[in-house]
Design a protein around this ligand. Structure first.
Ligand code: CA
Length: 226
């Protein structure tokens, strides 16, 4: 669930923004003061912050600077005056976007969605560990015992499908649908052949183990434990 913190002291604006964002399925918390927002941002696991510039206690700018001290989450400012926009643009506060009041809540939702898509998308070079395996999903690379595997396209897809559900038995038909979806004519032997070449590549790294397990009549599973 994507969590957003809205910091806005004007009730009418806050209500409209909350309604629009919650309608999109986001989990949105709301506070009126910068100090309270900072405490929540430090303690909570938020994905994005929408900050009003003119808050009763500290300014949204100060809040943003504090927030940037410990988080790189996307920040969208809500500003009331042109003069404030100049500051948003000129002070290099590290904000990602801004909306000038009055604004359309639908437009804000669109900006929020765009920012989240960018920040939540995995970037190449991010390795996710899973036992003896590590996967760079965006970079389409997989490591086994610290060694990057040189895989063909279908070997990579096959191993990625198994890695997505460690321990689960995946039937050959299911693997054919997932892995060979764009390959035209295939049969279950195609799966077996690729499992064989994949096993050989894994054994070349560690001959003492066989992480791909065969379940006769059922399919294959992957044991990721190191
Ligand atoms: Ca305000």
């Amino acid at each position: 669930m994507t969590r957003i913190l809205l910091v806005e002291d004007e009730a009418a604006i806050a209500d409209a923004v909350l309604y629009a964002l919650r309608g999109e399925g986001y989990l949105v918390e709301h506070c009126l003061l910068g100090g309270e927002a900072l405490a929540r941002l430090r303690g909570g696991d938020f994905d994005l912050a929408v900050l009003d510039v003119g808050l009763p206690d500290i300014t949204g700018f100060d809040l943003c600077l504090e927030l940037r001290g410990f988080s790189s989450m996307p920040i969208i400012f809500l500003t009331a005056r042109d003069g404030e926009i100049d500051r948003v643009l000129g002070l290099e506060l590290g904000a990602d976007d801004y909306m000038v009041k009055p604004f359309s809540p639908r437009e804000l939702v669109a900006r929020v969605r765009a920012r989240l898509r960018r920040s939540l998308a995995p970037t190449a070079g991010t390795w996710r560990e899973s036992g003896a395996f590590a996967q760079d999903i965006a970079g389409q690379r997989i490591r086994y015992r610290g060694v990057e595997l040189a895989l063909t396209r279908y070997e990579h897809r096959l191993l990625a499908a198994l890695l997505a559900r460690p321990g689960a038995i995946l039937a050959r038909e299911r693997l054919m649908d997932d892995v060979w979806r764009d390959a035209g004519e295939t049969d279950e032997r195609t799966v077996d052949t690729h499992v064989k070449t994949l096993r050989a590549k894994l054994r070349a790294i560690d001959p003492s183990r066989d992480p791909i397990q065969t379940h006769r009549g059922l399919g294959y599973s992957l044991k990721v434990s190191a």
